[in-house]
Design a protein around this ligand. Structure first.
Ligand SMILES: NC(=O)c1ccc[n+]([C@@H]2O[C@H](COP(=O)([O-])OP(=O)(O)OC[C@H]3O[C@@H](n4cnc5c(N)ncnc54)[C@H](OP(=O)(O)O)[C@@H]3O)[C@@H](O)[C@H]2O)c1
Length: 325
């Protein structure tokens, strides 16, 4: 089968597309013929050896797919060849085939295309875990999303609305922010403008946001903590700016606010019931037509570098996917 291989750490241009042996499904695995695979920011970090978990070289990057079941192991009961499915793995998705454990496989909602289904798991899994379990976002509260036009950010905007919050989408580019408005954001704030903190204060009647979803880090985080409400929760989701912020503790003291870490990938194994419940709700919304990933571009496997560079150069909106045909 054809697959994208990371043979040495470095920029996306170092990735190669090679013919490699197809994976053999274990007894509890589902072998998927991949139609599309989602590209996520962590993929761009893993290939550069900058991610917290480091697979041994060589490896096939990518962690989410949508496709058709080709074969199943003896112990698999929920799927059969021919089923349309979505699958999730740590690596191995940028390939024509992938074997994933049955537990990491879901039936594909009919409302989604293969591209949308391949873009679903990471962004909604992360953002719903962040807002629901970690942020305890309540209907009627105000949610501020930093990096709102990105993959996980746009998912947070959509989920914030479904959870009944007033959503302020913050980003650096008016065209990208316009998509956040289309996807339900109540207010837009451009954080390349010096007074963006005051704009958030003004939009919240001087109080600040109850929950801040931060996928960007750097200086943005400290500024955001200066426009958080009393008892507010700042969710540490990612550092797309490339900078891990240091936060003065007095800012938390002044607002009785909390800074809350979010690591969805690890939560799946540690809190499997919560993750299952979350996905049940996410699929309900998807099947009701209330949730579908915004895919801005799709590329063949051979153009994996172009796909990753869209994210790294801040040019993507929502999700980018790779396709195998
Ligand atoms: N904690 C978890 O469980 C978890 C799960 C998934 C992802 N993440 C993390 O979440 C972050 C976002 O991931 P994603 O897949 O949503 O990425 P993405 O689609 O590339 O979105 C990132 C957003 O950050 C903003 N940004 C600000 N400075 C940037 C810079 N220097 N380079 C690139 N983007 C910049 C961009 O919006 P503007 O141009 O509008 O500023 C962009 O839309 C990453 O750090 C990722 O590792 C965490």
């Amino acid at each position: 089968m054809r697959a994208v291989r990371c043979q040495e750490y470095g920029p996306a241009e170092k990735l190669v597309v090679a013919d490699v042996p197809a994976p053999q499904p274990g007894a509890s695995d589902v072998l998927i013929q991949v139609k599309a695979a989602g590209v996520n920011f962590p993929d761009t970090l893993i290939i550069q050896n900058q991610y917290q978990i480091k697979p041994p070289l060589p490896f096939i990057p990518g962690n989410e797919v949508a496709g058709v079941v080709q074969a199943v192991g003896d112990k698999v009961s929920r799927f059969k060849p021919g089923d349309k499915v979505m699958g999730f793995a740590f690596v191995g998705a940028f390939a024509e085939q992938i074997a994933v454990p049955e537990a990491s496989c879901f039936p594909m909602p009919e409302t989604l295309s293969f591209e949308q289904a391949a873009a679903f798991t990471m962004i909604y899994g992360t953002s719903y875990y962040a807002l629901n379990q970690r942020g305890r976002l309540q209907a009627g509260e105000t949610l501020l999303v930093l990096g709102a036009s990105g993959g996980v950010g746009l998912a947070a905007v959509e989920l914030g609305k479904l959870m009944g919050a007033t959503v302020i989408a913050a980003g650096g580019n008016p065209e990208k922010l316009a998509v956040c408005k289309e996807r339900g954001a109540d207010h837009l704030v451009n954080y390349s403008e010096a007074d963006w903190k005051d704009q958030v204060k003004q939009l919240t009647g001087g109080n600040g946001a109850d929950v801040i979803y931060d996928a960007v880090g750097g200086d943005y985080t400290q500024t955001a903590l200066r426009c958080i409400n009393w008892n507010g929760r700042l969710l540490v989701v990612g550092f797309a700016s490339g900078e891990i912020p240091a936060l003065p503790a007095n800012l938390m003291l002044l607002k009785s606010s909390s800074v809350v870490g979010v690591f969805w990938g690890n939560s799946i194994a540690r809190e499997p019931e919560a993750n299952r419940d979350n996905f049940q709700q996410l699929f309900q919304w998807a099947m009701a037509g209330q949730l579908s990933p915004y895919v801005c571009a799709s590329f063949p496997l051979e153009q994996v570098a172009d796909a990753m560079n869209l994210l790294l150069q801040r040019r993507s909106v929502g999700k980018v996917v790779l396709t195998t045909e």
